[in-house]
Design a protein around this ligand. Structure first.
Ligand code: SR1
Ligand code: MG
Length: 433
């Protein structure tokens, strides 16, 4: 049975997309040439939506359309179209703060549930660059700057609480992505669910171990609750390396359909966790020309750059832009207040760090034992090699969650990573922890 959709909605194809675009003021000039000469390609490779690239004689646009179901699962997993509205609303909310770090938006259609936006070209998805062993030296730093600005300016540190309350009111209705997140990230990897998959039989015992690990499950559940309750700022909600597009000199953040008001550490953890997943996956992508050793070293440097850039920018913004209802600067105006205000700021940043570690670990585990995996590992053809790489990542993630006090600084995290790396075992054999 076909899923019901609101009046006016239709799934776009090349013909209807060209008709639609031809009716938007300014798009004809952007593309160049006549509509019948425009070329349309559907390029979506994500879990949720259709993504079209439309090119004319002088330029292009990208069109992202929500489907009434989850693309990765088909019609058996319905998903409301409104995620396109929330994606557009997120872009609009952060645009004044992050400048050109997001794509330029040309139009949002509330009937087609699609966004017409800048074609990012020659940008490529950062995850694919990491898999190919290519280094984009600005990306981690730029994403850190982005998170610092987007989150600081939408938090109570920067503005009146009413402004953040309005964001909460708007994004409170973006519930289906939140349901996906709480189930797929914070619960399913730790329990039996037919949606889960893992490299089998190699990881069968590891997976069973994780399902029986009480302290690990308690830690994951803590972060699941924190995700739902710690309404710190407007967050992207899905900021992995597949949501970042890069060139040698430019970085853009895309795909914010999971946006909500939530913990800043969730965005930080998503990016950091995915860099670490990339680190563990590198041995699976070794070639005769590249043993990936330097690549691995570079990735760990990016983890450090990411956290330190975020930390320094967030603190700097707080020094000069603190006009919000949280920690009002006028309250710390007495002589002698400064050390206490600074200590409070340090504590706030330390809690962002521990959130980043915990959420990052949950993000790592879900990509190995849950429903939605990463191509970093999926593209490793040899299952023994893949399982070894995945095991290393799982072991680090489990330790991050169960022994957080061992990780007081970002150096502690990157120094720990190599200790958990595993060499591939005998063909087809199960890994035991
Ligand atoms: C069922 S959707 C699976 C995942 O795809 C998105 O990128 C989010 O990460 C979501 O959890
Ligand atoms: Mg996405």
């Amino acid at each position: 049975m076909a899923l019901s959709v609101p009046p006016g909605y239709r799934r776009l194809d090349a013909e209807s997309l060209i008709d639609y675009l031809a009716g938007i003021e300014g798009i004809g000039e952007q593309l160049g040439g006549k509509p019948e000469q425009w070329r349309v390609r559907e390029v979506g490779d994500g879990n949720l939506n259709l993504v079209f690239i439309v090119e004319g004689s002088s330029g292009g646009v990208c069109v992202k359309q929500a489907l009434p179901y989850l693309r990765a699962a088909g019609e058996s997993w319905p998903m409301p179209l409104e995620r396109a509205f929330f994606e557009h609303s997120y872009y609009a909310a952060v645009a004044p703060h992050v400048g050109a770090a997001i794509p330029r938006i040309f139009q949002y259609s509330p009937t087609l549930y699609c966004i017409v936006m800048e074609l990012l070209d020659p940008h490529v998805i950062q995850r694919r660059e990491l898999i190919a062993g290519r280094r984009n030296d600005n990306a981690a730093r730029d994403v850190a700057e982005y998170v610092a600005r987007a989150c600081f300016f939408t938090s109570n540190l920067a503005g009146p609480f009413e402004r953040k309350s309005d964001l909460m009111a708007t994004f409170a209705k973006n519930q289906p992505p939140v349901r996906i997140t709480i189930e797929l990230i914070f619960a399913d990897p730790y329990r039996t669910n037919p949606r889960n998959r893992w490299t089998t039989p190699q990881l069968d015992d590891v997976c069973a171990d994780f399902h029986r690990d009480g302290p690990l499950k308690a830690a994951a559940a803590y972060f699941g609750d924190r995700f739902l309750t710690h309404a710190q700022a407007l967050i992207h909600g899905d900021l992995h390396t597949g949501s970042v597009m890069v060139t040698a000199t430019d970085t853009r953040v895309i795909d914010p359909e999971f946006a909500m008001v939530g913990p800043i550490g969730f965005d930080l953890g998503a990016y950091m966790g995915n860099l670490l997943l990339s680190w563990y996956s590198q041995p699976g992508h070794i070639s005769a020309e590249d043993d990936r050793k330097e690549m691995q070293e570079w990735i760990l440097q990016q983890v450090v750059i990411f956290w330190r850039t975020f930390h320094d920018r967030f603190r700097a913004l707080w020094k000069v832009e603190a006009s919000g209802d949280a920690y009002p600067s006028s309250m710390f105006a007495e002589p002698g207040d400064a050390p206490f205000f600074e200590a409070a700021q340090r504590a706030y940043l330390e809690s962002l760090f521990s959130d980043m570690i915990g959420f990052g670990a949950c993000k790592m585990i879900r990509r190995i034992l849950g429903f939605a995996h990463n191509i970093d590992f999926d593209w490793i053809r040899d299952p023994d090699r893949r399982a070894a790489a995945e095991t290393g990542a799982l072991l680090l993630a489990r330790t991050l969650l169960t022994h957080p006090h061992q990780f007081r600084s970002i150096s502690d995290v990157v120094e720990a990573a190599p200790h958990f790396a595993r060499a591939p075992g005998a063909a087809g054999s199960r890994i035991r922890l």
